[in-house]
Structure formats: structure tokens, C-alpha cells
Design a protein around this ligand. Structure first.
Ligand code: UDP
Length: 327
């Protein structure tokens, strides 16, 4: 039986990866320190005979007894408001964390796949974003802690690939959503759906003309899985190219809610990218992958999940406002 270590196992993406690898017949090790992960996301696999959990910070020395065939490095805060709140941990997991992961992979002769991000393109000047675009990142802006950590992570991964001949894969993940996202993580889909459930106004930042392209979790997991088993070491974008402005998206949610919500406008966070849309030609060509789940279906499934959460979770305020963190 082949084995895989998933860091960030209790996170949104990590927990769905666990399900995928267990379903495909792998022995799965999950690692998380619960800094942004949620134990509830992995409760359903706790007693699975092929799953083991290690509660650990990946920035500290990591080890797994016995053979290890694959490592997927998904540990990291991923919501802008999270990495503004814990910037040093964000930088550490992308730098010290990846160093430990690559060291373990080298020792075990394991193949590594790292979770990179559309944030490596910053506020992009090329649209849609192709993998050969170098990006437009402000290293000292509020998002720099995430963007630069992920850029460093890519550089370190390629260095291990070239110097040590390590088998490596890099996925650049564009906005992804679905069940098990944290309702209060500050990102736009949980934010809007939480606001609908609480009967609050929808908060659009800036004038809402900035665009995003939202990929449903099942499509994202399928793309990541295919990339891991490809033989391509350079970065590959995985996301849904169906682009929409945040204001139009808010209107879609208002409509879904029977026109019961109002839209209000708030300040645009510093360095918020104005346009984001993946060019997925590479994924199509190399992996035969395209996203299959449209926004309407994906949002409906995500909304159904959020509806199952307790009142306590619905009203838990982890974050107040961006202005609390941008000083
Ligand atoms: N956004 C918004 N209202 C919210 C939360 C986010 O208008 O309550 C906007 C945010 O400014 C950004 C977009 O939605 O332009 C997506 O934000 P998110 O935090 O989901 O992720 P990002 O793509 O910026 O990393």
C-alpha cells in the first residue's frame, strides 16, 4: 500500500485530500497544529484503519516511521485576514515548513507536491494569468507575508528538484470553495453565505469591480490528484476560469436568497488584486483536466454545508475588520 503525508490535514483542502487518498486506497498520515485547521474536518476519518494523525507544527523537525511515497504540503494560513493576523507563522510555514518537508522527502525518496497560489502573481498585469507570468507582488505590503512565503516555497522546491533530483510538483491554486471552509475565515464566499444565514447585509469591499474566478473543491482535488501523478515538475494553475466581479457575485447571492439581502460597501483592503483568472491551458493539455462544477451548483452545495453548522459557529466572530490588522 502506498503512503502519503498531508500537512495542513485539518484544513479545508487538506481534509478533502485525505478523503480522496483514502478512497483511492492509500495509507494516509495527516499533520496539523490546528492554528487555522479545524479538528471537526477530520473527525470522520479518526478511526479509519488507514489514517493516522500527528498533531505537529511543520516548522519543527518532522518525521514519519517507515516508508513514505508522497508528501503534499498544504499547511498554511490561506485567508488574507488570517495571514494578516498571524504573519510570522505564515512566513515560517512557507519557509521553515517547506525546508522540513523537502528534507523528509529527500530522506524517504518521496515525491512532493506543494500548494502554491495565484497570489504568486500578486496584483497581476497579465490577464488571464499564465504560469510563465512572473507576477506583480509587493513584498512589504500586507499580503507580502503570504505571497513571498509561497514564492520562496516554489523556489526552494525547484532547488531541491535540481540539486537533489527530488520529484516535485507545484500547483498554483486559484480561489477554491466548498464544504469545510471556515465560515468566519474572512473570505468572500463564506463571508457572503454567513451574512445571508445571519440576515446581515453583504459587505462588498471597494466598488466590487475586482474580479475572481471560483473553483469548486471537488474539481480542485481532482486537478491536484492528476498533477501529482503526472510527470511535470513546473507550476500548473488549477482553478476555474469563469471570472466574475465581486459586485456581480454579491448580486448572484442576493438573488439566490430571494432578494432578501442588501449590499453595502466597505473599504478595499490594501493591495487587493483587481483581476484574477487562471489560464488553464496547461492543466487541460498535460492532465486532461477541466473544472466541471459550475458556480450555481457549487454555491448551493456550500450553502447546504454552512446551514448544518451550529448557531455558536454561525455567530463566532474570529475577525472584526481588516483595519484591525493593517496598521
Ligand atoms: N471581499 C468582499 N467582501 C468580503 C470579503 C471579501 O468584497 O466580505 C472581496 C475581497 O476584497 C477580494 C475578493 O472579495 O476582492 C476575494 O476575497 P477573498 O478574501 O475571498 O480572497 P482573495 O482572492 O482576495 O485572496
Amino acid at each position: 500500500m502506498e503512503s502519503v503525508l498531508i500537512t495542513g490535514a485539518a484544513g479545508f483542502l487538506g481534509s478533502h485530500l485525505i478523503d480522496k487518498f483514502l478512497a483511492e486506497g492509500f495509507e494516509v498520515f495527516g499533520m496539523d497544529n490546528f492554528i487555522t485547521g479545524n479538528p471537526n474536518n477530520i473527525a470522520h476519518v479518526a478511526s479509519h484503519p488507514h489514517f493516522s494523525f500527528i498533531e505537529q507544527d511543520v516548522t519543527k523537525y518532522i518525521n514519519i516511521e517507515g516508508n513514505l511515497d508522497y508528501i503534499l504540503h498544504f499547511a498554511s494560513p490561506a485567508s488574507p485576514i488570517d495571514y494578516l493576523k498571524i504573519p510570522i507563522q505564515t512566513l515560517k510555514v512557507g519557509s521553515l515548513g517547506i525546508h522540513n518537508v523537502l528534507g523528509l522527502a529527500k530522506a524517504k525518496k518521496a515525491r512532493v507536491l506543494i500548494a502554491s497560489t495565484s497570489e504568486v502573481y500578486g496584483d497581476p498585469l497579465v490577464h488571464p494569468q499564465t504560469e510563465d507570468y512572473f507576477g506583480n507582488v509587493n513584498p512589504i505590503g500586507p499580503r507580502g507575508v503570504y505571497d513571498e512565503a509561497k514564492r520562496f516555497q516554489e523556489a526552494m522546491t525547484m532547488a531541491y528538484h535540481h540539486v537533489h533530483g527530488l520529484e516535485t510538483r507545484i500547483v498554483r491554486i486559484f480561489n477554491t470553495y466548498g464544504p469545510r471552509m471556515r465560515l468566519n475565515d474572512g473570505r468572500v464566499i463564506p463571508a457572503f453565505l454567513g451574512q445571508v444565514l445571519r440576515g446581515e447585509d453583504l459587505t462588498v469591499f471597494g466598488d466590487g469591480q475586482q474580479t475572481r474566478s471560483f473553483c469548486y473543491i471537488d474539481d480542485q482535488i481532482d486537478g491536484i490528484f492528476k498533477l501529482l501523478f503526472s510527470d511535470y515538475a513546473l507550476p500548473v494553475n488549477i482553478g476555474n476560469p469563469n471570472e466574475i466581479s465581486i459586485l456581480d457575485f454579491a448580486k448572484e447571492i442576493v438573488k439566490m436568497n430571494g432578494n432578501k439581502s442588501k449590499i453595502i460597501f466597505k473599504d478595499l483592503p490594501v493591495n487587493d488584486p483587481m483581476q484574477r483568472c487562471p489560464d488553464i491551458s496547461k492543466a487541460k493539455e498535460l492532465l486532461g483536466w477541466t473544472p466541471k462544477i459550475g458556480r450555481e451548483e457549487g454555491i448551493r452545495k456550500t450553502f447546504e454545508y454552512f446551514k448544518t453548522l451550529s448557531k455558536e459557529e454561525l455567530y463566532k466572530t474570529e475577525h472584526k475588520d481588516f483595519s484591525d490588522y493593517i496598521k
